[in-house]
Design a protein. Sequence first.
Length: 244
Amino acid sequence: MPQIHLHAEPGDYAPLVLLPGDPNRATTIASRFDGGLEGARLVNQNRQLLGYTGTVSGRPISVQSTGIGAPSIAVVTEELLRLGVRQLIRVGTTGALQADIQLGDVVIATAASPTDGTTNSFMRGAPYAPAADFALTHALVHAAENLGIPHHVGPIATIDVFSHYHPDPQFVRPWREGGALAVEMEASALFYLAARHGVQAACVGVVVDIDTGEPDQEHSYLSPDQLAAAVDRMTDLVLAADFA
């Protein structure tokens, strides 16, 4: 039967699903499938959680938007797992914490500090270290190297509050000082659910902001055109990766 939020049936999604937060980005990614958007099949549009299935170089692949935050990606992931998905790749945006990272670079996560309430709720407050699948992560790194895309590999932190809206400007300081490359809002829950269900998950994000903690730092963001170009590069990376 269809899931509560994803109105799809088993077989509607490929075993490999890309997970952007933005539904418009899901459509953009689907337009890169074999035959373009006309060659992709819309498998869900309930709640504007747009999902498409198609192929890339003949390989079955799906893309499904998740919305923002760990609670939202947790719902989508649970339902995708019930529909038979086995590989989940978050493709989103992230805010860098280290000065050697540039706007438009990509960050490939090895693990995500679970500061979010969703992972904490699953674990009932017990310590836990949500990690990305090594094989998927290695495939992403290898593709980035082959394509010459500037990338950084290491731990990130998953947070519940968009950092620039937090009343404490030093909110992310502990993770920066601990060596986290970036913050975002979904990976921890994704990694936890994948591990719990025995499937593979990874995360790659375009850097759209940098917060190095310097007192007089002026925040700059990618323009819409720059963001679109950076997302295209990230999509190139993901579609070129060998996730066999």
